[in-house]
Each structure stands twice: as C-alpha cells, then as structure tokens.
Write a protein that binds this ligand. Structure first.
Ligand code: SF4
Ligand code: SF4
Length: 112
C-alpha cells in the first residue's frame, strides 16, 4: 500500500509503521534506542515510537510528529508537499537534498 508522508517519505515501507501494525514492542524498543542516538535524545518509551503513518489517523512517532515540514503541510491543509504551490521550498530543502527519492515521490504525485 502506498502511504506517502508530507515530505515524500515512504511511510508504507517504514519499519516503525509495520512494527506498530504488528504490535511488535521489541522492534519498537530497538527503534526507540536508534532514535535516541539519532536525535541525541534521552530515554524514549517504545510506545512513543508507535506510528500509523505521517498523515494517517492514529499515533505518530516522536521521530516524525514534530517535523516542521509535516506541521507546515498540515497547517496548509494538504496531505503532503506535492500539493503545495511553494514546492520545493526552503523549509524542505535540506530533507530533499539528503533524500532525493522523497522529492521524486512528491514530483511523481504532483504530475498525476
Ligand atoms: S511518519 Fe511514521 S510511518 Fe512515516 S516515516 Fe515517520 S515513523 Fe515511519
Ligand atoms: S511550504 Fe514547503 S514545507 Fe510547507 S507545505 Fe509547502 S512545500 Fe511543504
């Protein structure tokens, strides 16, 4: 199933989302440790990693819930940046430079 996040990330293949669906707390626990290291954070409860996808109803992981691009798209009332007249904007540029496949996902959606 295709679930594209606001920045163009592929939530459909995200291991966090899959582990949430399976209620796999062991994997979510490992993901929480990885996020602590990646984000320089203190202890993250595995339950705080639960995520159903960036724009899907339900839980959002601490890794993505506060993403500025996500917040901007939601404030603009659009499911992702591919529907924004400003795309590609400065706010998302760092993500799209580091992860060009995200930008390609949005361009693909935009051209439909
Ligand atoms: S929003 Fe959720 S499903 Fe999408 S990439 Fe982030 S953690 Fe994974
Ligand atoms: S302004 Fe940028 S971050 Fe905000 S919705 Fe548009 S493209 Fe996305």
């Amino acid at each position: 199933m295709e679930i594209v996040g606001c920045c163009g990330m592929d939530c459909g293949s995200c291991e966090v989302r899959r582990a949430t669906e399976r209620n796999d707390m062991e994997t979510l626990s490992k993901m929480a440790v990885a996020e602590e290291i990646r984000g320089g954070r203190s202890f993250i409860l595995p339950s705080k990693m639960r995520c159903t996808g960036c724009t899907e109803p339900g839980a959002k992981s601490v890794a993505c819930a506060g993403c500025k691009v996500r917040m901007c798209a939601l404030q603009n009332g659009i499911p992702h940046c591919g529907f924004c007249e400003e795309f590609p904007c400065d706010l998302g540029d760092a993500i799209w430079e580091a992860l060009p496949e995200y930008k390609k996902n949005l361009e693909r959606i935009r051209s439909r």
